[in-house]
Design a protein around this ligand. Sequence first.
Ligand SMILES: *Cc1c(COP(=O)(O)O)cnc(C)c1O
Length: 398
Amino acid sequence: MLDEIKALDKEYYMNTFGERLPVVFTHGKGMKLYDDNGDVYYDFLGGIAVNALGHSHPVFTDAIKNQVDKLLHTSSLYYIENQARLAEKLVKSTCAEKVFFCNSGAEANEGAFKLAKIYFYKKGIDRYEIISLDHSFHGRTLATVAATGQPHYQAPYKPLTPGFKQIAPNDFNAVVDAVTDKTAAVMVELIQGESGVHPMDIEYAKKLREFCTQKGILLIVDEVQTGMGRTGKLFAHELYGIEPDIFTSAKALGNGVPIGAVCAKAEVASAFEPGDHGTTFGGNPLATAAGLAVFDIIESENLLDNADKMGKLFRLKLSDIMAKYPDKVVAVRGEGLLIGIELKPEIAKSVFISLHNRKMLTSLCKGLTIRVAPPLNITESEIDLFIDTLDTVLKEDI
Ligand SMILES: *Cc1c(COP(=O)(O)O)cnc(C)c1O
């Protein structure tokens, strides 16, 4: 089947993903993905931090099957039971007081930008600029590209949406210098995922929070990748001991069913009044059934605890690998089950490909860092399988 799908993809699909890894998966179970030959792969990437519960989780699958049998979509003209209940869940489990659902991470960030802008607009204050960080990733829409601090994503789309600028991360003076009387918000990832798993300094994060409060600027935390248990807390800002004015969620929130969320303090959220923002699909009965099931399973299976414990164990075992191969492994970074393994530049790509050939799925960030973001219910023996394979790769293949 692979050859046929490759040919169809080449002929009909826009070439935004280029030569993909030569595999097509037909089904999955837990950490395992099966290709069309029946070969088994281990999903240490979790669909890029999406499949928090692993594949075909029975309780999750039942929940969305039940919803499919009942109702998929009605429109936002009517009240939606699951939407209201999932909003309640998010509010009761976080520092947010109001929630809005959409369909993706980028769309959630767009919602956050709009909310930040309209918040000042409704007050009659002329603040509209949004400051974000170098090496950040906030999505692929025009505004989120303007916020994404990576020139190669921005260059083809100039002129960029105005009102965005980027500064160096972990440099408090850079924020102080960048803020003007037009600044509406600062947006950050507490762990920059896409650029290679770079956790923000905790002191910087705290100072930034304080500074934004002092200046009357909103702090937006993009938790699209770090949220829903990925770091061992429900949201990474809990790890940092700070409360954003707005934070966004997506990826793991639906465990593979597309959903995003804009979460905010009530005072900020009140700027959105009827007609100011909207969506056709966002928060529909199916997507929010998925979100509710994710919440239930995270709670009933104690997955925050597991992500924390297994994450620590994973990073410990990776540090041993780093100690064993000091000329190959440069750093191990991360929190919970969002982990980056930085390698020497000359070997990184081959390590990534070797892991793939040995059936371990990861991603390679910036050609340097292997990112793993496995399901939150990962076990120690699955971690050992990865560690042993990485050990073999570094010993025999490289
Ligand atoms: C993946 C990601 C996004 C974009 O999410 P999409 O669902 O692809 O639009 C935004 N921010 C961060 C931090 C991400 O990791």
